[in-house]
Structures are given as structure tokens and as C-alpha cells.
Ligand binder design. Structure first.
Ligand SMILES: CC(C)(COP(=O)(O)OP(=O)(O)OC[C@H]1O[C@@H](n2cnc3c(N)ncnc32)[C@H](O)[C@@H]1OP(=O)(O)O)[C@@H](O)C(=O)NCCC(=O)NCCS
Length: 162
């Protein structure tokens, strides 16, 4: 296959994904989070982008509790290999993941990331602001993917995020 394409991650991909995370982020912290999410079965959806036989992008979605209830989703880590950045692969991974989450009936997705990248994809720091979380500020954003999403509450992240 010649084009870039997206599929679900298989567990055999984890080493390649960890290497991708490490290369894109320039450190091993995000690779460790990805491995931890999978070891704890806390990943809700994990997608990879292929170019030929090479994995060039990856995104994770995981459960977040609001007030102790499984009412929200978190996005991350996500990364695209440096030489393939700026070609729309990251945006495609986010859009596809959000569509799947919406189709599963999830209501709201949180992310901590580059504001310029995620606001273009519909995320808003204002929407995330009323929630109590380990993070705050312009990099902490949310997007409602179905009507009736919670508007406030205390967020609990999986153990992978410490
Ligand atoms: C952030 C990242 C996943 C984006 O993937 P990508 O495939 O390069 O993104 P796209 O090509 O879909 O970019 C979409 C838009 O976001 C912008 N953008 C991409 N990365 C950006 C960044 N770090 N900061 C600000 N804007 C960014 C692009 O310029 C593009 O804008 P345009 O539509 O006006 O041209 C990728 O750059 C990456 O892996 N970075 C290193 C790891 C990282 O920081 N991940 C954290 C994400 S929270």
C-alpha cells in the first residue's frame, strides 16, 4: 500500500510505537505512559498511522473518571515521526479517534497539548477550565463529542499518568 493509512494498534506494535513516541518527543516519558496504559488495560482506543510498512504516527485514548464515574475520555500520548510531521497525519489521527469516541457514545474528550494544534481540531481551554484536574491553563483543553456532556467535576486520570 502506497498511501498513509490508519488502523488499530496490535499489541505486537507496542515496541515500534514506543520507539516512535521516543523519537517524536525526544525522551522516553511518553513511551512509558503508552506501555503503562496498555499494561493496565486502560487504553480505550489506540490507532497507528502507516506509511508503507513503517509506523509513522500513533494516538491513544483512555478513560477518565469524573466524580468517580467513567464519564470522560482522555487523548494522549500522540505523536508523528518528525520527518512526517506537517502533512496532516496528526490531524487525521485525532479526527478518526474522535469519530470513534462519538460513535461509542462518549461525551467529552480532554487533552493536554499544543493549543494551536488542538484548537484547530475543535478543542477549547474554556470548556476544560471548570474541571478539577492535575493540569490547567491554555494547554488543558476539552471537546464535547455528544450532547449532554458534563460541564464540571473532578477528573481522575489512569495510574499511567502518575
Ligand atoms: C503535534 C503532532 C502530533 C502534530 O502532528 P502533525 O502530523 O505534524 O500535524 P498536522 O500535519 O496534522 O498539523 C495540523 C496543523 O497543526 C499545526 N501544528 C502541528 N504541530 C504543531 C505544534 N507542535 N504546535 C503548533 N501547531 C502545530 C500544523 O502547522 C498544521 O497547521 P495548518 O493546518 O494550519 O497547516 C506532531 O507534530 C508531533 O508528534 N510532535 C511531537 C510530539 C508532540 O509534541 N506530541 C504532543 C501532541 S500533544
Amino acid at each position: 500500500m502506497n498511501k498513509t493509512w490508519i488502523r488499530r494498534l496490535n499489541l505486537e506494535d507496542l515496541d515500534a510505537v514506543a520507539a516512535l513516541n521516543t523519537q517524536a518527543f525526544g525522551g522516553t516519558e511518553e513511551a512509558a505512559i503508552t506501555r503503562h496504559l496498555h499494561a493496565d488495560h486502560d487504553s480505550l482506543l489506540s490507532l497507528v498511522a502507516h506509511r508503507h510498512d513503517e509506523l509513522v504516527g500513533h494516538i491513544e485514548f483512555f478513560r477518565i473518571l469524573i466524580g468517580g464515574k467513567p464519564s470522560a475520555v482522555g487523548l494522549g500520548p500522540m505523536s508523528v515521526l518528525p520527518e512526517f510531521q506537517g502533512r496532516g497525519i496528526g490531524s487525521s489521527l485525532v479526527r478518526m479517534g474522535l469519530l470513534v469516541m462519538a460513535g461509542r457514545g462518549e461525551s467529552i474528550v480532554f487533552v493536554l497539548g499544543h493549543p494551536e494544534f488542538y484548537t484547530k481540531l475543535g478543542f477549547s481551554a474554556d470548556l476544560a477550565k471548570p474541571f478539577e484536574a492535575p493540569w490547567s491553563g491554555p494547554a488543558f483543553m476539552a471537546q464535547a463529542v455528544n450532547p449532554g456532556a458534563p460541564v464540571a467535576g473532578e477528573l481522575t486520570y489512569p495510574a499511567a499518568f502518575g
